[in-house]
Design a protein around this ligand. Structure first.
Ligand code: SAH
Length: 465
């Protein structure tokens, strides 16, 4: 290890930066985050430094560096384009035992700046020892996606209760178990979900009455339309944490692949008209699993609150006092439209966009057709494959032109995505000929035509999966 990692307290400490360019400005911004007293010396400063002066209590000395500038400094950063000056600063600072960093010259440095992941008070620093700062930044980006911003809040909460827990549970082992349950369980999830006051209340209760039985909980998670890249960070984290997962046909195999390997998998069906488990049974099963102390993941295609019956599932959970959280997902309309090159709204073609269910009831689609045929509006029909001919006919009957563009997107965002394009008159026939497989989404409106203008065609490598 050429450089030893440490975390340095810089609050109120004089930190000198020599140089007035962009690099100097970036370093100054970082030091300001640690509440350092930043002094910049440079005969001329660029716009980034000038902006800092306006916003922060940064002292800027508009002149050349003199050795006395080092007086009282904790650290110095030489960030000028003048190699000789940088060298002189390094030597002088070294003689005085002041920590010195020379930008882009690791050999002249007594310390180097890492790539920083800031979830204060949790901070991770990554260094490549000066060999490849870009690689260190790439690794930081990976960590960014793994560690939610809420970890900082969780650490603060733990810090606030640390002494109280210590007094209440003198045994080190008991304390460890207690904190494991808090930091991995439902209290932590409350913090991650932004419900900190509730988390504090529950933690207080848990301290007063510690129990050994973990409380189960339910995660109602939107899994997006198919491409696993469209999952949210939170969805992925909960998928890795669950003990048991309930999934249905809409959740793609590629997404299911990312659920914790040893989690129990329960298929709850829900193909059209062939429900493996009825909705009420799913609701009850979720309650039962949570009561057994399990972390139950209910994975829903798209977004749980858009034609997903998520509302009904959480109603049962709420009635039974089961802790739960809902994680939004990319709904089919967003995913399919983006991957098919059809913007859902457009200044010239669509000022509104309506999501509609095209589900058949008694062989018919009953909708407020007069409102759907409004001008310059995009219509997105979910569950509309069987009803397509009726929908197309009704829209024309209620006033939409026969040549209104329409597209049917089959298995959107997956490697099997197909887009069938036509008009309200031609699309039902085109779909019939094409042997379409569910799930499909129907988009109606002028925006469908934009696909051509955007030179979108099947197989274009815009969204490699
Ligand atoms: N909650 C889901 C919708 C569930 S309703 C969401 O937010 O997306 C089921 C309907 O969603 C299907 O009938 C189909 O119309 C649509 N759908 C879901 N995934 C799709 C996909 N990958 N491609 C096309 N349509 C999809």
């Amino acid at each position: 290890m050429e450089f030893f990692p440490l975390f340095l307290r810089l609050e109120g400490e004089r930190c000198l930066i020599i140089g007035g360019g962009q690099v100097a400005a970036r370093k100054a911004e970082l030091l300001l985050k640690a509440n350092a007293q930043v002094v910049i010396v440079a005969p001329e400063v660029g716009p980034d430094i000038a902006a800092l002066e306006a916003e922060h209590s940064v002292q800027i000395l508009h002149r050349s560096f003199v050795d006395e500038d080092l007086d009282g400094c904790r650290i110095v950063i030489a960030a000028t384009a003048d190699g000789e000056l940088n060298h002189h600063v390094a030597v002088t600072a070294g003689e005085r035992n002041i920590l010195i960093n020379v930008v882009d010259d690791p050999k002249a440095c007594s310390f180097i700046m890492p790539a920083i992941l800031d979830r204060s008070p949790i901070v991770a620093a990554i260094s490549s020892g000066g060999t490849s700062p870009l690689l260190a930044r790439a690794l930081r980006a990976r960590l960014e996606s793994l560690i939610p911003t809420s970890y900082g809040r969780l650490a603060r909460l733990a810090g606030d209760f640390r002494d109280t827990v210590k007094a209440r549970l003198p045994s080190g082992l008991a304390r460890r178990h207690f904190w494991e349950q808090v930091l991995e369980g439902s209290i932590a999830e409350l913090v991650h979900g932004g419900r900190e006051a509730e988390a504090r209340e529950q933690l207080q209760q848990a301290i007063e009455q510690p129990t050994d039985t973990p409380t189960g909980e339910v995660y109602l998670v939107g899994a997006g339309p198919g491409d696993p890249d469209l999952l949210t960070f939170r969805a992925l984290r909960l998928m890795q944490k669950a003990d048991v997962v309930l999934h249905d046909r809409l959740v793609s195999p590629a997404v299911l692949e990312l659920v914790r390997r040893d989690a129990e998998r329960i298929y709850v069906g829900k193909a059209r008209a062939c429900h493996a488990l009825r909705q009420q049974e799913i609701n009850t099963l979720l309650v039962k699993l949570a009561r057994e102390g399990k972390r139950a993941l209910r994975l829903k295609g798209g977004d749980p609150f858009i034609f997903g019956r998520g509302g009904e599932e959480i109603e049962t959970l709420a009635e039974n006092g089961i802790p739960f959280q809902v994680v939004p997902g990319i709904t089919a309309a967003s995913g399919c439209s983006a991957y098919a090159g059809i913007p859902l709204t457009h200044r010239n073609h669509a000022q509104s966009c309506v999501f509609v269910t095209g589900h058949l009831k008694d062989g018919n689609v009953n909708l407020a057709w007069e409102r759907l045929v409004a001008r310059d509006q995009t219509l997105v029909f979910y569950m509309s494959l069987v009803g397509l001919p009726i929908i197309a006919r009704k829209l024309v009957e209620y006033g939409l032109p026969e040549d209104t563009p329409a597209a049917l997107i089959e298995q959107g965002t997956t490697p099997r995505q197909r887009v069938l394009e036509g008009t309200l008159t031609t699309l039902p026939e085109i779909a019939e000929q094409a042997e379409v497989h569910a799930p499909t989404l129907l988009i109606v409106g002028g925006v469908v035509k934009l696909r051509e203008r955007l030179h979108w065609f099947e197989g274009a490598d815009r969204n490699p999966t």
